[in-house]
Every structure is written in C-alpha cells, then in structure tokens.
Design a protein around this ligand. Structure first.
Ligand SMILES: C[S@@+](CC[C@H](N)C(=O)[O-])C[C@H]1O[C@@H](n2cnc3c(N)ncnc32)[C@H](O)[C@@H]1O
Length: 267
C-alpha cells in the first residue's frame, strides 16, 4: 500500500470543493443519514460530507497515523480497516464514498463490491483522471518535465491511476444501477504572494525530494542514465522556480479533473 503523508494530502487537496460542490449533486448529501468515507486520509472529503449532510459521517482508512490526523481535524468517528473487506454489517450506511482511493488499489473492483455490500442505497467514487492533468508555468521547462514524469510514473505504477471510463463499468459489474458521472476540475493557481505550502513545494522541486518520492515507479520504466538526467533537469527547473519566486514573478496553474461516479444499490 502506497503511504501518504498528511502534508502531501493537505497540499494536493488544498481548495478542493471550495469553489463548487455541484459535481457532488448525485450523492444526495442533503438527505443522507449515515455516510462512510473510505480511504479518508486526513479527512479532507469527510469534512465536506459532514458540512453538506445532516447524517453521521464515519471515516475509515488503513493507515492509523492518517486516521489520527483525520479525527483531530474533523472531530468525526474514525475506524481502521481495509476498503476491500469493510468491517461493517450489510446495509450499515446509505452512502459509501471514496476520494482518490480506487486509483491506489490493485483491485478497485473488490473495493466497490465491498462498498455495495455495506450500503443500502448509494455508492460513489471521486477519482482523479491523472492522464488528463493540465499544467502551465512561467518556468517553461516545468510543463514538459511534469508531463514526462507523469507519463513515466503512469507506466511504472502498479495500479490504474487514470481509471476514467472504466469506473462506470466497475460500478455496473458490482451490481450498481442508474450509474451517473459528473466531472469536477480541481484548479490550483500559484502566484504571489506565495503561501507556506507553495514555498515548501518549490523547495521540494529544487532539492529533488518531490521527484525522489516516485523513484521506484520511475526507475521501472527509465534506465539509470535516464533517471539521473531527469533528476538533474528537475532540480535545475526547481531552482528556476525558487529564483522566480524570489523575484515574485513565478506563476503556475494546474487543473486535475476528477470523475464523480455514483450508483444505486438494487435488491
Ligand atoms: C490519495 S489518498 C486519499 C485520501 C483522501 N480520500 C483524500 O482525498 O484526501 C488514499 C488513501 O487511501 C488509503 N488506503 C489505501 N489503501 C487502502 C485500503 N486497502 N483500505 C483502506 N484505505 C486505504 C491511504 O491510506 C490513503 O489515506
């Protein structure tokens, strides 16, 4: 199981769902009574569910360290467990939902089957389409390097990180009906004045730490020479980012599309 740090989740989810919650419409949050957020991480989606629903929201994750952060951040009940073998009786919730979980599982279909077992009404997944991420930057090398790293990472990672059109099929194979998909675009803009997370991000680019955290996946598709060259170019790009930030002229925009898929349990 890939490990996620609380800082990574905070950085990648910053501002998500703040601009619009329209894509969550089919989750029917305003009339839910018991909601389970599977693979809740630090509780970023759990807090949104709690704000939008009158029902109780329960947070579940396999990582106890993240669960501790989720409990402190949201005050919601937390449960340790595996998404593919949920520790609840049949029909215990009227909505079971996850965000950015299925793309990290070797068998996403097994998780959706488990969701359908413990829900007596709705099942939903909010999953990034990592193949369609868009980046623009005042450091021109950043756009090409991020694309090349993303492509190599997707080829080297052992899970399907761009489920896209396959998600509705997985829902239907789990017996879910009336399957609907909406799209949410998570837009992030970095521009002056830079906040603490943005400064940290730039420092991680310049030190190579951000790239090194994907070293295992990247080395599966790149030769040693290719990885070393990429690492060198990446750090150089990072130093240009830091330099432009010091001169307050760095600007970066990123759009990550998320598919919101919702299905209904049938008897
Ligand atoms: C990318 S994070 C997403 C966290 C959160 N849903 C969010 O959107 O910020 C994936 C989460 O799934 C959890 N996870 C991975 N495999 C799991 C499994 N088999 N059962 C339960 N949780 C799992 C990880 O610990 C991590 O918290």
């Amino acid at each position: 199981m890939r490990k996620f740090s609380p800082e990574y989740l905070r950085r990648t989810r910053e501002g998500m769902w703040d601009d619009s919650r329209e894509a969550l419409q089919d989750l029917s949050l305003s009339d839910r009574s018991r909601v389970l957020d599977v693979g809740c991480g630090t509780g970023e989606l759990s807090a949104v569910l709690d704000a939008e629903s009158p029902g109780e929201v329960v947070c579940l994750d396999a990582d106890p360290e993240l669960l501790r952060v989720a409990r402190e951040a949201t005050g919601l009940p937390v449960v340790a467990g595996d998404a593919t073998r949920l520790p609840f009786p049949d029909d215990a919730f009227d909505l079971v939902v996850c965000q950015a979980l299925l793309v990290n599982l070797p068998d996403p279909a097994a998780a959706v089957e488990s969701f359908a077992r413990v829900s007596d009404d709705l099942v939903a997944a909010v999953e990034p389409d990592n193949a369609a991420v868009g980046v623009d930057s005042t450091v021109s090398a950043e756009v090409a390097l991020e694309r090349s790293v993303r492509e190599s990472y997707m080829a080297g990672v052992r899970t399907d990180v761009a489920l896209g059109d396959r998600l509705p099929d997985i829902f239907e194979a789990a017996g879910l009906r009336d399957v609907r998909t909406r799209r949410y675009f998570h837009r992030k803009v970095t521009e002056p004045p830079y906040d603490e997370l943005e400064l940290e991000d730039a420092a991680r680019k310049a030190s190579g730490a951000g790239l090194a955290s994907h070293e295992t996946e990247l080395r599966r598709t790149l030769s040693d020479d290719e990885y070393d060259a990429l690492y060198r170019d990446w750090r150089e790009m990072g130093r240009s980012v830091v330099e432009q930030m010091q001169e307050r002229r760095y600007r970066r925009a990123e759009v990550v599309p998320f598919d919101v898929v919702v299905g209904r349990v049938t008897d």
